[in-house]
Design a protein around this ligand. Structure first.
Ligand SMILES: Cc1cc2nc3c(=O)[nH]c(=O)nc-3n(C[C@H](O)[C@H](O)[C@H](O)COP(=O)(O)O)c2cc1C
Length: 247
């Protein structure tokens, strides 16, 4: 089984998203998958111009000469694709959105109906579409912040003639790479849970109920998180205010 991860965090290897992805990959590889981890921020991906050339003039081929053809072939040769990103303004990061728009090259513009009678475009290529896994983390402590992206990827997977096999959302994401010694056991436990997610997706193409329940637990209690986050922010702001200003 081949899994390709598209990581849309501009922080790449230094990001909290990568903490999750790295552990997911460990588990997936242990279960026998071959993985390919791609940082979108390191790729040249131009935003779609809406010219429809890839649909109506040169079917399947975009006007831009950038890294997308290689990324498209990664999608087409994968059994599972993972969309991994930090939550930005209740949504995907800009890097991820640009990538998602460009995946529309995979669709044939002719309109067809899905199993519920709702319109969508046909598939351009015959091979089965890869299953979709969503990995995201955010700064706030409530899972409600993922409402938009949860629906977004259900809709997006439908457009790809696929479905979401698993969604892995992490609140309080800023704790994942935090250096505080006190957080090490919390980070270790969460890493193990992400290992399990990778393993289960490879073995069963879904997450078990037990794992889904474990994913819903906070890393630290919500009120403690908010208090500590505000203390940290205040400290940083006080530091810059007390710095002498250059004239
Ligand atoms: C531009 C921007 C927008 C953000 N919007 C949200 C948001 O809507 N909700 C939230 O909980 N966190 C938000 N965050 C916080 C990030 O999701 C959080 O810092 C995350 O851990 C970053 O992941 P990364 O290190 O992988 O990039 C935002 C951060 C940035 C920079």
């Amino acid at each position: 089984m081949k899994i390709t991860i598209f990581n849309g965090s501009p922080r790449a290897e230094k990001g909290n998203t990568h903490f999750m992805v790295k552990a997911f990959i460990e588990g997936a590889e242990k279960a026998g998958a071959v993985t390919n981890n791609i940082f979108l921020s390191k790729k040249k991906i131009n935003p779609c111009m809406g010219c429809f050339t890839c649909w109506l003039k040169t079917p399947g081929i975009c006007v831009f000469k950038d890294d997308m053809p290689t990324l498209l072939s990664e999608v087409l040769t994968s059994d599972i694709i993972v969309f991994a990103f930090p939550l930005y303004v209740d949504n995907v990061s800009g890097q991820m959105k640009i990538f998602m728009d460009r995946l529309m090259t995979l669709a044939d513009p002719r309109i067809t109906k899905d199993e519920n009678g709702e319109s969508r475009h046909q598939k351009r290529y015959d091979q089965p579409s890869p299953g979709v896994v969503v990995i995201s983390n955010c700064g706030f402590p409530e899972f409600s912040h993922f409402q938009v992206v949860s629906l977004l990827f259900k809709r997006f997977a439908r457009n790809l003639h696929s479905k979401v096999l698993g969604e892995i959302f992490r609140t309080e994401g800023e704790l994942l790479c935090h250096k505080r010694l006190l957080l090490k056991p919390v980070q270790f436990k969460y890493k193990k849970l992400m290992n399990k997610c990778g393993e289960e997706i490879v073995k069963n193409s879904k997450l078990s109920l037990k794992t889904k329940e474990a994913l819903k637990k906070p890393l630290v209690p919500k009120d403690f998180y908010i208090k500590e986050a505000n203390k940290y922010i205040q400290k940083r702001l006080t530091q810059i205010q007390s710095k002498p200003k250059k004239v």
